[in-house]
Each structure stands twice: as structure tokens, then as C-alpha cells.
Write a protein that binds this ligand. Structure first.
Ligand code: F6P
Length: 443
């Protein structure tokens, strides 16, 4: 009798094991402009996957984003210690390399899709986690459609990231809170400097910030002061507001005469009445975006020639995007959480979605993780609503301040040694290749 029961138990166990899918490997990659906290999302993905060994085998990272998948240049993250993966959370840049590479449509370049499937099959990849902004969401969407179009089952989840904060359907984007904190703090500090010098020297300071076509980062400069009259920044220039040369010069002059100095935060994406960028570096990326940069020197020249005031200008450029030493704790937590949630969603069988951050309340600030269909996210940009910008177009409203404040909250300093932050450099060991070489098409 006992032997019979044991045999039944054994058979039931075998049947359950047969029902349970064998673990498959996961692909994770970073895409687009990197941030101070994108590696925290990587840590979220890898650490969560490691907790589900029965479902996810290894996490292979793409060297330089989707290019790593196309060229079978995969990194075996299982070779990294738990301590190294944890240290990603305080290391800026993209630990596996990023890319700006547009996958063409199926019809235009089917070879790329066939190649992706070959690589996924060869390395038993059943999960695809893509960490990027709007353009990268387009890549993730195309991969998610492989299941239907080419009969290869894959769970593709987009892990949001962009300093520009312009992804739709999420309250904010990981990476933004930290750049916002850097810009707010730098504006505050530089303003104290200019104010000290203004009597006999510099009267105008211009800080140029990133953000492409959306003014979220420029708006963060507004957090440098309380918004009371005379408090810097005295002028913010948004891409959402057409640049009015005369009104700008009048406001600079008024600020210098009234307060002794003028601090300006200018977005790289400011346009003139004809819709032309004030500063266009002349190059275009794989997605057709113009490289921006140079608004600050343009404005400085205008101030010099029209008003004759002494000025200084600065381009925050990559400094703002990489400033992990002054990252926002809120941002760091959210960056980790979206990575973790991406794995959990994939394990629930979700495909073709982006993890989102939902704001539940402002005071106290509460947020939760949600999800949005990738179809509604890819290639979309979310701009500053008009009621976030003051009537005169040169500042932020109280509503905008309340939106921004929680996102820069909290400090999350990296560990320091001998006065320098201790950042991790991974081994990034290559997974042995199994397939013939694949040549990327010149874009
Ligand atoms: O998309 C993020 C971003 O930092 C933009 O704000 C900026 O215009 C762009 O990337 C710069 O891109 P790249 O580093 O490829 O020149």
C-alpha cells in the first residue's frame, strides 16, 4: 500500500515537472542616452532574475544595446558577483554600453529580425528587457511583435529611462529626478557666485541644459529658488515656448537693473518663430534627431552685443546626465523598481508593455508601479503642459513645482575612497559565439 502511494506521488511530481516550463535565459540591454541611475535598473533586472532561477536561467546583456543582440555580442552577467551587481546601483554611465540604433520595419530589413531570432534561439532567450526612452520603446515594440510575426515566443518588456522625462503614460522617467536635482543645485550654487561678483564683474550667467524637445530639465532649474520675485533663476527658456528675442533681452535688462544680476536656464531645444532650433550642432542620429547644443553661447553673444553686460555661460551637457554623486534618492529607488518590475511582469506572462510609475499622492509623495502598452509609448514625446509654465513664459508655476519637488528628494551618495566615488567596472565576460558573423547595415 505504502509503495503504491509513493509511486503515485512520484508520478504526480513528474507530471508537475513536465508542466513547468524549463527556465529560459533573458536578454537585457541599455539604449539611448545613459543616465546616473540606469545601472540601478540593470541591478533591479539582474538581482530579480537571480531570485527566479527556476524560471530564468542566465541574464545575457547586450554589448551596446540591440547591436549586441544582432552581432551576438552577449555579456554573461552570471560571471559577476552579487557585490558587483549591487554596486551598479551607485555607478553612472551604461555598464554594458548603450546605442542609438534604429531597427527598420519588418518589410524593410527582414534580415535583422531573422538574425535576432537566430541569436535568441541559439542562446535560448525567452525574455527581452530593453532599458531606454521613446526611440528604444520602438525597438522593444518591434521585438515584442516577433512572437506574432515570426512565431518565436518572447516576452519583451520595456524598462523606462530618459533624462528628458518625455515618455508618455508614466508620471516620470527614471534618470530625470537625478538630472533635475543636478540642475536645480547647480543653478542655486552658480547664482550665489554671480550675485557675489555682479557689482563689478559678471552680471549674466546662462546654464544650458538637455531635454531635447521637452522642457522638463529646464523647468527643474526653477527649483533653485522659491519662485519669489528676484530669486534666481530669473529666466527659464523652454522648447515649448517660442523664443522672443525682444522680450528676452528686455527681461535680462530688467533683471540686471532691478536685482543686479540675471541667471538664465536655457533648454537646448529652444526654437525661434520659424520653428528652427537656436542651436543645431549640424549632426543627426539614427532616429533622425538633430544633435542640439550651443544655445548658451548664442544667448551670451546676444546679451553682449545688445546689452553689453559681462557674462559667463556653461553647458551642463554630459555632466548633468552622469552626476551620480548628487543623484536623487527617489529617482534611484524608482530606477531599481522598474527593473525589478519588468522581470516580475515577464514572469506573469506579459509582453509588449512598458513599466510605468504612477503618482498616488503628492503630500506625502506616494508612487506605485504600473504598466502601459508599448504601442502607445513608442516614438511619442510628452511635453510640459502649458499650466506648468508661467504666463510670461519665463518661469515655472506652483503646480509644476509640486510635480517636480518629490522627484529630486533624498540623497543617495555613492561610497567614497580617497576623496573619489567608488564606481564598479564589470568584467563583462563575453558569451561564446555559436553563429556566423552578421554585418550591420550602414544606416
Ligand atoms: O535623450 C537624452 C539626451 O540626453 C538628450 O537630452 C540629448 O539631446 C541627447 O540625449 C544627446 O544624445 P547623444 O549623447 O547621443 O549626443
Amino acid at each position: 500500500m505504502a509503495a503504491k502511494k509513493k509511486a503515485v506521488r512520484k508520478a504526480t511530481g513528474r507530471a508537475a515537472a513536465a508542466r513547468k516550463p524549463a527556465p529560459q535565459n533573458a536578454f537585457y540591454a541599455q539604449s539611448g542616452g545613459v543616465t546616473a541611475v540606469i545601472n540601478a535598473s540593470a541591478a533591479g533586472v539582474i538581482e530579480t532574475a537571480r531570485k527566479h532561477k527556476d524560471r530564468i536561467g542566465k541574464v545575457f546583456a547586450g554589448r551596446n544595446g540591440i547591436i549586441g543582440a544582432l552581432t551576438e555580442d552577449l555579456i554573461d552577467t552570471s560571471k559577476e558577483s552579487a557585490a558587483a551587481i549591487a554596486a551598479l546601483a551607485h555607478t553612472p554611465g551604461g555598464a554594458f554600453g548603450s546605442c542609438r540604433y534604429k531597427l527598420k520595419g519588418f518589410e524593410e530589413n527582414q534580415a535583422e529580425y531573422e538574425r535576432l531570432i537566430e541569436v535568441f534561439k541559439a542562446h535560448d532567450i525567452g525574455y527581452f528587457f530593453y532599458n531606454g526612452g521613446g526611440d528604444s520603446a520602438d525597438t522593444c515594440l518591434k521585438v515584442s511583435q516577433l512572437s506574432e510575426k515570426m512565431g518565436y515566443p518572447i516576452k519583451a518588456i520595456h524598462v523606462p529611462k530618459t533624462v528628458d522625462n518625455d515618455l508618455p503614460l508614466t508620471d516620470c522617467c527614471p534618470g530625470f529626478g537625478s538630472v533635475a536635482k543636478y540642475v536645480a543645485v547647480s543653478t542655486k550654487e552658480a547664482a550665489l557666485d554671480v550675485e557675489s561678483m555682479a557689482k563689478t564683474s559678471t552680471k549674466v550667467f546662462i546654464l544650458e541644459v538637455m531635454g531635447r524637445h521637452a522642457g522638463w530639465i529646464a523647468a527643474a532649474g526653477g527649483l533653485a529658488g522659491s519662485g519669489a520675485p528676484g530669486e534666481p533663476p530669473h529666466i527659464i527658456l523652454f522648447p515649448e515656448i517660442t523664443f522672443d528675442r525682444a522680450a528676452f533681452l528686455a527681461r535680462v535688462d530688467e533683471s540686471v537693473k532691478k536685482y543686479g544680476y540675471c541667471v538664465i536656464v536655457a533648454s537646448e531645444g529652444v526654437r525661434d518663430v520659424d520653428g528652427k532650433f537656436l542651436a543645431d550642432a549640424g549632426t543627426v542620429d539614427a532616429f533622425g534627431h538633430k544633435q542640439l547644443g550651443g544655445v548658451a553661447p548664442y544667448l551670451a553673444d546676444l546679451v553682449r552685443s545688445e546689452l553689453g553686460y559681462k557674462y559667463h555661460w556653461a553647458l551642463a551637457d554630459y555632466l548633468q546626465r552622469s552626476a551620480r554623486h548628487i543623484a536623487s534618492e527617489t529617482d534611484l529607488r524608482q530606477a531599481y523598481a522598474v527593473g525589478k518590475a519588468a522581470v516580475e511582469l515577464a514572469l506573469k506572462g506579459r509582453n509588449s508593455v512598458m513599466v510605468t510609475i504612477e503618482r498616488k499622492s503628492n503630500k506625502p509623495y506616494k508612487w506605485a508601479i504600473g504598466e502601459a502598452p508599448l504601442k502607445k509609448v513608442a516614438n511619442q514625446e510628452k511635453f510640459m503642459p502649458r499650466n506648468f509654465i508661467s504666463k510670461d513664459g519665463f518661469g515655472i508655476t506652483e503646480r509644476c513645482r509640486q510635480y517636480l519637488l518629490p522627484l529630486i528628494k533624498g540623497e543617495a551618495y555613492p561610497p567614497y575612497k580617497d576623496g573619489m566615488p567608488k564606481y564598479v567596472r564589470l568584467k563583462n565576460a563575453a558569451v561564446p559565439k555559436k553563429l556566423p558573423e552578421f554585418e550591420l547595415k550602414k544606416k
